[in-house]
Design a binder for this molecule. Sequence first.
Ligand code: ZN
Length: 306
Amino acid sequence: MTAILISEVGPRDGLQNIATVMPLAAKKAWIAAEAAAGVREIEVGSFVPAKLLPQLADTAEVVAFAKTIPGLIVAVLVPNARGAAAAIAAGVDKLTLPLSVSETHSLANLRKTHAQVLDEARAIAALIAALPVARRPHFEGSLSTVFGCTLEGAIADAQVARLADDLMQAGCDEVGLADTTGYADPAAVRRMIALVRRVVGDGALTGIHLHNTRGLGLANALAALDAGLTTLDSSLGGLGGCPFAPGASGNIVTEDLAFMLAAMGYQTGIDLEKLIAVRTILSDALAGEPLYGFLPDAGLPLGFAY
Ligand code: ZN
């Protein structure tokens, strides 16, 4: 059956939203253990100034370590071309530039207007184009707050469509959808995928980043699967959220997502028992930090085969 790529974002989205700074050794252990459990893509950090996010200050070292793991796609978030240059120097396989479709959120989050973010996108595309083909990372422009913004509410379809097109024209390889605020519902997911695909084509929208803020995370993931998306972001233990979206906490839980996909017959390459065991690295390194998920507590159903 269809292969689905689970992209683990906990080391970036999860860690940036908790106060505790995870030691580098624990990050390495986490990434190595999740890769050993079969996770094939991990967003390991973000190239932002250390004074803004001390939790991610060691991203270059984390990338260097992650790149030693055979077959692992090493992804990072970058806020601008300066961050992209650092990411490229570190040797990442994939970089994601967020473009908040709400300009108010963009100003709060990146302190940039849409035009300024698109300038950064063009500069990043130029950096990538200057590399030998074999060394070019995959470049995704992520349409964040695409299901609604805590500051502006709903964003007009025409604005979303225009920004998706702008990102592709700026040189992105693809666009992604990000429910930064946890406002999505399954019908909205279906509608937004159709809307953006009409602009960029099916091949240039394959992934979605979901939060479980209002309990609809897995329902939204199912809607995205049914619409043909093949990459789903999630976070081990549901760590994560958005500091600029009050109330938004927790990506969808990698363990529960991997279980749902396995139960439905999708191939993820993930060993569920090994994946659950990785949680002890988080609970040891992040004492007192809540971890979420149903599968880890309930265990696999009797005779579960996948
Ligand atoms: Zn997020």
